[in-house]
Design a protein around this ligand. Structure first.
Ligand code: SF4
Length: 250
């Protein structure tokens, strides 16, 4: 049986270009320690080009919008990308499986919702959830046990606040997102203090990696039980942390 399915194929809500959204891990859990083995992953990808080609041409704007972690394209090559997702790994594998090998069935949003009934779902393991229509997410997530979602497109897509946290890269972002009524997930420097109503992500290194997202369930926007905002110190490979620091300094 296929270990996933396509639950959206159509125009990006960000720029109208063709995208697909694929859920994986429906049969076997992922081995990602932070998100948890039982979490179903979702991948939002350009349908008409590989994620590697999209990143190196700027066409990833269709699935990432104006996220500051996309980097800049110079002479057909991306430079300064600070996104933690390595697109030549899982996103490329999923894209090939979905578009070249046709390994995944396509389910309607309602069928997709039944397929993930009672499971925990990560919105946008790669790609911003805002690229997929909010009503598709609503159907997919109708009966899940938990969800974790983050969007850098919170200024344009308020309907996602039910399912996603506003991704904030600065104190100014955080203040603006709070003014718009979002719950927030803020990446901070180690020198920056927590804000009122913020807690440290319990899966973070600084919190001792106590749990995983499918157990924690905090990052599900307004439909999660948690009401707090979340903060995490910039983490990952040194190159990514340095790129984040440069972004903050710019
Ligand atoms: S706060 Fe909880 S749900 Fe959010 S990223 Fe951390 S572990 Fe995952």
């Amino acid at each position: 049986m296929a270990n996933g399915f396509v639950f959206y194929r159509g125009p990006s809500m960000i720029d109208g270009k063709p995208i697909i959204a694929v859920a994986t891990g429906t049969e076997r859990g992922s081995r990602n320690g932070k998100t948890g083995g039982g979490l179903i992953q979702t991948w939002i990808l350009r349908e008409d080009m590989s994620p590697v080609a999209a990143v190196n041409s700027g066409e990833d704007a269709s699935i990432c919008g104006d996220c500051p972690h996309r980097g800049t394209v110079v002479s057909g090559k991306n430079t300064g990308r600070s996104c933690y997702v390595t697109v030549f790994q899982a996103p490329l594998v999923v894209w090939k499986a979905a578009t070249q090998k046709a390994l995944y069935p396509t389910l309607s949003p309602v069928e997709a919702g039944k397929a993930v009934d009672g499971r925990a779902v990560r919105l946008g393991s790669y790609g911003d959830p805002a690229a997929v229509p909010a009503e598709v997410w609503k159907a997919l997530l109708a009966n899940v046990s938990a969800k974790a979602g983050y969007t850098h497109q919170w200024r344009r897509f308020p309907a996602l606040a039910d399912y996603c946290m506003a991704s904030c890269d600065s104190e100014a972002d955080h203040a603006a997102a709070k003014a718009q009524g979002w719950r927030t997930f803020r990446v901070r420097l180690a020198t920056e203090a927590l804000k009122p109503h913020e807690i440290v992500c319990p899966a973070s290194k600084e919190a001792g990696a106590k749990t995983s997202c499918d157990a924690c369930k905090a990052c599900g926007g307004h439909t999660a039980k948690a009401r707090v905002d979340i903060a995490i110190i910039a983490h990952g490979a040194a190159s990514k942390v340095n790129a984040y620091a440069s972004l903050r300094a710019a």
